[in-house]
Design a protein around this ligand. Sequence first.
Ligand code: PLP
Length: 390
Amino acid sequence: MNGDDLGRFGFETRAIHAGQPPDPATGAVVAPITLSTTFAQTAVGRHSGWEYGRSGNPTRDALETCLASLEGARHGLSFASGLAAEDAVLRLLAHGTGVVLGADAYGGTFRLLDRVHRAEGHALWPVDLTDAARLDRDWPEGAGMVWVETPTNPRLDVIDIEALAELAHRHRALVVVDNTFATPYLQQPLALGADIVVHSVTKYLGGHSDVVGGFVAVDDDDLAGRLRFTQNAVGAVPSPFDCFLVLRGVKTLAVRMERACANAAVVAEALRAHPAVERVLWPGFGDHPGFDVAKRQMRAAGAMVSFTVRGGEAAALEVAAGTEVFTLAESLGAVESLIEHPGRMTHASVAGSALEVDPALVRLSVGIESGEDLVADIAAALDRLGATGS
Ligand code: PLP
């Protein structure tokens, strides 16, 4: 199953086969890991399609074809990390233009914009993207790109991609959606009008906390050509082995997401019923401000759940360090459940900025373990909080 006629197959089929036909040389059903950094030429400039490993590699091609197909995109490009993918996208900015960034976003994305691209002359405007009408009214002159996470990290706000794309395009700006939290299984931003999709492949696409990677999906040929130039010229590419790991992870994306989302629903319900919890942020609740939009643009509400605890930062730190099945660690989106304190961990770099995170907030990445064990584990950590009087 190659690039041309993938559209007629379902998501799960493409996740397993797209870009990975049985190897014509051996019949191997798993895409071979091609480690060779260089490829023989029969005459100068005459080659099999690959010349040099930074510019292109068969295992990377398989991954790019597969992920592009899952995002419903014509082009896909792999990078060495999510931030390397983001950096390549930000290099598309014209001189003197800047970026509107959602006021809740991954701390590393803010740092890249604030400390790297702003120093290169690109302005940065943090804006609450849940209020599209206000952005329309107060559109910052010179904004060339709107950078959207939805659901956002870590507050899990939901942004209406279709409405935002319509308004950004009227202002001649590109819309970039970081689809890391939702994955293409739950949400396909290009079909909703976005121009560019970025991923931290490190998360759900890899799915097993054993590979760092990034990905960009686009439909537009010109954008794809410019991104392809940066990918080769800057060279932040993933290794063939990393590409293989992601290809393997993606085969189970649909079943992992189904299970993780179901677990997240029971965990969110249990948190909501616990007296030590102040507020649960999860777009699957009917009273979440983004519920209707999430229902329209996502297949399910996702497996990330954030909550604030009574007792402020001290209590939040205690809960984050008090679980057994949920591992206290950065990152998200893998088979194992993780717990973290965004203010001190993933979002430490936004302290003092417009993106600063509530210190009472705890973030969960709900994995695919037994849902009962997860509920019991988080409830026990919250119960202990009560017992110690925090
Ligand atoms: N986007 C989101 C939403 C993230 O959570 C992260 C990392 O946590 C990134 C991008 C950056 O990806 P990476 O760590 O692979 O560079």
